[in-house]
Design a protein around this ligand. Structure first.
Ligand code: N6E
Length: 192
């Protein structure tokens, strides 16, 4: 069964964490984006130089600003952090939950092409990886459970609960499901 916060009509494809360990309780939601370019059997990642997820590889993204849609924000962040534009399509959603923090609702996008010259920014150093050599050991621990779905173009919805210990995020529980019906409301503006 889908965990709280995810659509109920999902089929489980990966789950981890104690079943006696309840999902962390609800909190206010903050919206983020994350965008990946998948081209010629390679994936474009960025090495994060500052902020949340520093020193990890990830897609390009950040907070959705007031009056932006998630797609607007994803396009803006891809341009700001990697210097490119791309025909982004919604790939899935990740709820990142940490007790004592707002829930991060991350809309995840993919594109198979881009325009512009890939450029390093203050925040990210872009780097291509072969699809069968993704640096999962240097990414968020839950990425390895949903990124393969992004690579094979299956829409997913996931939840990952972490705790913050000594300044580090430590995974506690995650769940990943797939659905045909995810993400149909992306042009809606975020109002706060
Ligand atoms: C398990 N947890 C997670 N798994 C995978 N990806 C995660 C994540 N938790 C956050 N992310 C991504 O990390 C970036 C943070 O963005 P972040 O630097 O805070 O935003 P933004 O660029 O707006 O920051 P500034 O305020 O300008 O510094 C953003 O892409 C967001 O999608």
């Amino acid at each position: 069964m889908s965990p709280p916060g995810l659509p109920s009509d999902l089929r489980e494809v990966a789950a981890w964490g104690s079943s006696s360990d309840d999902w962390f309780p609800p909190a206010e939601i903050r919206y983020y984006t994350n965008a990946f370019i998948v081209k010629d059997n390679r994936i474009l990642l960025g090495y994060k130089k500052r902020g949340l997820g520093i020193h990890k590889y990830n897609g390009f993204g950040g907070k959705v600003e007031p009056s932006e849609s998630p797609l607007d924000a994803a396009q803006r962040e891809l341009q700001e952090e990697a210097g490119i534009t791309a025909p982004l399509a919604h790939a899935g959603t990740l709820l990142f939950v940490v007790p004592g923090e707002k829930w991060a609702h991350i809309d995840i996008f993919r594109a198979e092409d881009y325009t512009g010259a890939i450029t390093e920014s203050d925040e990210m150093r872009p780097e291509w990886f072969d699809q069968d050599n993704v640096p999962f050991d240097n990414m968020w621990e839950s990425d390895r459970h949903w990124l393969p779905l992004l690579l094979t173009n299956q829409r997913f919805s996931a939840r990952a609960d972490f705790v913050k210990e000594g300044g580090q995020y430590v995974p506690r529980r995650w769940w990943v499901g797939i659905s045909e019906t995810i993400g149909h409301n992306l042009s809606q503006k975020v109002t706060k």
